[in-house]
Design a protein around this ligand. Sequence first.
Ligand code: HPA
Length: 271
Amino acid sequence: MMSAKPAVAIIRSKAAERQPKVGIILGSGLGPFADQVENQTVISYNDLPGFPDAGVEGHAGHLVLGSVGGTQVAVLQGRAHYYEKGQADVMRTPVETLKELGCETLLLTNAAGSLVPEAQPGSVMLLTDHINFTGVSPLFGHSERDRFVDMTNAYDLDLSNIMRQAAKKNNIKLNEGVYAWCCGPQFETPAEINALKILGVNAVGMSTVPEVIVARHSQIPLCALSIITNLAAGISTSALSHDQTIRVAKLGEDAIREILMTYLNSFSDEQ
Ligand code: HPA
């Protein structure tokens, strides 16, 4: 695990005037949100020590600094996953970099499968809690006392309320639920989904939870929005595929963009 300091030094040397307040991580198929950022400074992950390799399919691998609706943001366009190299801490340096840059809030997005009939493909779900179904942690190897992170209310209650209001304002139906992190890259089996249903899970995916753990460790308040791209295995009548994930994520992109834009605009109204 690499400290965020070298990456932060490079970012400051390339974009000294930037003071991002909100960090945003864009998941599968959601990269185009970065087009909303005005006055962009774009830095490839390849130029940032400790960041994952850029250029993996579906993941641009750019840090985009700039403003949206008057709010200074730092957007991580593309994330790496545990399943790529079996490293649970692959997004730890990027999240800690956002913290060191001054981000006071982290907005996470992803694509997920739904276990509940009300959350159909193309819809958006606000995550209220999670179950880490992988048995691994991005804090493995961290030996300080602060590794014992309290995960109660990890998904910030105030931010969640703001997202609910932002969805309402845009007439977007916002489902809510508990997300299970499964390691992938294979999709789950129907038996696994059945088990998760019994455990109280509403959506399932292969990301986000490690970033939530790191953000809690770094004490950044966060919230997370999933685009539902499919009904989960055994519930869906069609075969699951990554192509479907990318294709359907585009359908939910407008809704996520409207919610995030409303949030980022309201933030600057207060100033
Ligand atoms: N399972 C896991 N990850 C996913 C899914 C799914 O059904 N859909 C999109 N990402």
